[in-house]
Ligand binder design. Structure first.
Ligand code: NAD
Length: 254
């Protein structure tokens, strides 16, 4: 068990990649505080994992009051925090920058980026005591860009930059800070996107072939990388923005 008795604060742990992380962290022996803005999904995952070692916290990660409360509830329940995984995120709109509304811009920045500032602001004291770690779910598109998703890619580029700067700032406390950068992952949002396309077969082929390894993975491949980065196996790794992408970022292809 790579995460035995670690107390992990996982945002966006009720769906998609985060849900697979919650399952994997529990399997690896962690106590997981699962944070999400979706109450029915939270109840479902806590019921699945069992409420003797895990808790569900209903919280909007863009709200300072709510994040402060969620961190405090986790410490009250488990006594400490050993790791924070900032995974909650939104992807809409799919639009060019000038067609993105001001509200959409602010919402993306608040949910995807400000949330990391907030969990760090309120969680750092506990992480300093445990010499714990922070893991961020960034995205490959934060490094290579994506058509029709400029504002979203800016949040992910921001997360990767934050990861490196935070790693430098917190190394003195022996707190490691890393990120995973998936390409496409077969989450409910991606599955709905495929269904909405006029030509579903070509959409399926697109999200598979985009990865040189030849398929679009499920969230478990990301969760495995996250377990590694949160575990002592990665004890000398910090500031790493790890592509978990089947090679999607590699060069020219025919
Ligand atoms: N699916 C992909 O292909 C992919 C690729 C690269 C990066 N990512 C990133 O992975 C992360 C998870 O994405 P996913 O595809 O699993 O999405 P998802 O929609 O399945 O899950 C998102 C989770 O975040 C939670 N959430 C959203 N807004 C919130 C808020 N304001 N407060 C609290 N919780 C909130 C949701 O309740 C849910 O649990 C995101 O950061 C996303 O940008 C996803």
């Amino acid at each position: 068990m790579l995460l035995k008795d670690r107390v992990l604060f996982l945002t966006g742990g009720s769906s998609g990649i985060g849900l697979e992380c919650a399952r994997m962290y529990a399997k690896e022996g962690a106590h997981v505080a699962i944070v999400s803005n979706c109450q029915p999904e939270l109840e479902s995952i806590v019921q699945e994992l069992g409420n003797s070692h895990h808790i569900g916290l209903h919280c909007d990660v863009s709200s300072e009051v709510q994040v402060k409360q969620a961190i405090s509830s986790t410490i009250s329940c488990f006594g400490r925090i050993d790791g924070i995984h900032n995974n909650a995120g939104i992807v809409t709109p799919s639009a060019m920058l000038h067609e993105t509304t001001t509200d959409e811009w602010h919402r993306l920045m608040d949910v995807n980026l400000k949330s990391i500032y907030l969990t760090t602001k309120y969680g750092l004291e506990s992480l300093r005591k445990t010499e714990g770690c922070i893991l961020n779910t960034s995205s490959l598109v934060g490094h290579i860009g994506q058509e029709m998703h400029a504002a979203y890619t800016a949040t992910k580029g921001g997360i990767s930059a934050l990861t490196k700067s935070m790693a430098l700032d917190y190394a003195k406390y022996r707190i490691r800070v890393n990120a995973v950068c998936p390409a496409w992952v077969r989450t409910p949002a991606v599955q709905s996107w495929v269904k909405e396309q006029d030509n579903k077969e070509s959409a399926e082929a697109y999200i598979s072939k985009l990865h040189p390894l030849g398929y679009c993975p499920d969230g478990d491949v990301i969760a495995d990388a996250c377990v590694f980065l949160l575990s002592d196996k990665a004890r000398f790794i910090t500031g790493c923005t790890l592509p978990v992408s089947g090679g999607a970022e590699l060069g020219y292809r025919r």
